[in-house]
Write a protein that binds this ligand. Structure first.
Ligand code: FAD
Length: 375
């Protein structure tokens, strides 16, 4: 196969970078991946995934592993604060008729599945390593690494996340991440049998649960926090219990009673970023959160980063010419990623303003339908 780039460096071993390594190795490229974290860790919270993410997992060859270790289900139940279900948000079976339309998994479990696939594909993984210099020439990019090596690549892929150093080096004037006015609480708890799919309760704040394995679920709660002030981790459990007190639903109260210091609580202010096109310059291209970090309202941030990797590999395999491949990649990705970032931000805005529940539900439905389209 003619490949538009044969020697490739991926900077960042998150979901997007690992997906790129797996897909590019399938094409026979020589792939180095540098990951700054020597332990290649991922923090212990759950992650919700839609049908489009499961379709991408099928392409990567990790769907079976996900179904074994995570949890897959159809639909999202929407409930009132005191319990009654008022709607069910359909989640189309995008990955195929045999695979539910959504699911969840613990982040460390998904990271391990992807890391194993990355290594098994033959990627040269360098942990605790990053770049200090990128120098582009007509025939390649000379990269100096923190371990002192200097290597030449046909293509460098920046997949180093929201605070990307690759983006800073390539586009110093690109917009910076912006705080959205909301924060998310997450916790991991034992899964009662009645939680067999995602459930959300609509109130002033918005809690939800999603199974992440046979016996665990994760709780998430979105809260309006205009000031983005620091929260002392010692108070996480009591603050989360306080926020759930507003929900008389028996299941919420049962969950609330279980929250304590062992619940792996993670508190995170939500930031967004959409870098205008182009996402490449010369022989360096950016993917994933480096260029489109979304708030989690559509549970699709990981999805669009992994899809970037799949589409980039497809285009590099199709075109003999690198510039043509990068242009084609950009054309195929822009609208879908813009839609996810902007619609997620709008959903958050409606929640902050206490706006129309109908607009919220319609935008959610429209976005999920758009995500079902082929990439
Ligand atoms: C609170 C919250 C909840 C979310 N919930 C969901 C959800 O339910 N569903 C969903 O699909 N998405 C969700 N997302 C979004 C999702 O987590 C991200 O979109 C996704 O993790 C992006 O992956 P990435 O690989 O592009 O970037 P990252 O995950 O940020 O990975 C970047 C990697 O690069 C490494 N790195 C950083 N700097 C360097 C460097 N200089 N050199 C080398 N390596 C470097 C990092 O250590 C990391 O391993 C959520 C996000 C947040 C903030």
């Amino acid at each position: 196969m003619t490949l538009a780039a044969r020697r490739i460096l991926i900077i960042g071993g998150g979901f997007s970078g690992m997906a790129a390594a797996i897909e590019l190795r399938k094409l026979g490229a020589d792939v180095d991946l540098v990951e700054i974290d020597g332990g290649w860790r991922n923090y212990g919270a759950g992650i919700s995934l839609g049908g489009a993410t499961l379709r991408a997992f099928r392409q990567l060859g990790i769907l079976e592993a996900f179904l074994r270790e995570g949890a897959a289900s159809d639909g999202v139940k929407i409930c009132l604060p005191h319990g009654p279900q008022v709607a069910e948000l359909p989640t189309p079976r995008i990955a195929g008729p045999d695979v539910p339309g959504g699911g969840g998994i613990m982040r460390p479990a998904l990271a391990r599945i992807l890391a194993e696939a990355t290594r098994a594909a033959g990627t040269n993984v360098m942990l605790g390593c990053t770049f200090t210099q990128l120098q582009q020439g007509a025939d390649g990019v000379d990269v100096t690494l923190t371990d002192g090596q200097r290597r030449r690549y046909d293509l460098v892929i920046g997949a180093d996340g929201l605070y990307s150093k690759t983006r800073e080096a390539l586009f110093p004037d690109a917009p910076k991440p912006r705080y959205s006015g909301q924060a998310v609480w997450r916790a991991v708890l034992p899964r009662p049998p009645e939680v067999n799919a995602a459930i959300m309760w609509m109130g002033r704040v918005k809690p939800g649960v999603n199974p992440v394995s046979r016996d665990q679920m994760y709780l998430f709660l979105t809260e309006h926090r205009p000031g983005n002030e620091h929260v002392d981790p010692a108070t996480f459990a009591s603050k989360l219990r306080e926020l759930l007190a507003e929900f008389p639903a028996p299941l919420v109260q049962q969950i609330r009673a279980q929250i304590d210091e062992r619940s792996q609580i993670v508190f995170r202010p939500l930031e967004g970023l959409l870098v205008p096109r182009p996402w490449f310059r010369g022989r360096v291209v950016l993917i994933g959160d480096t260029v489109h970090a979304t708030t989690p309202h559509l549970a699709s941030g990981a999805c669009i980063g992994i899809e970037d990797a799949i589409v980039l590999a497809e285009e590099l395999g199709r075109a003999g010419d690198l510039a043509a491949a990068l242009h084609a990649f950009q054309d195929r990705r822009w609208e879908r990623c813009r839609m996810v970032v902007e619609n997620s931000a709008r959903l958050g805005q409606i929640e902050i303003e206490g706006g129309s529940k109908d607009e919220h539900a319609q935008l959610m439905r429209d976005s999920l339908m758009a995500l079902a389209q082929p990439v």
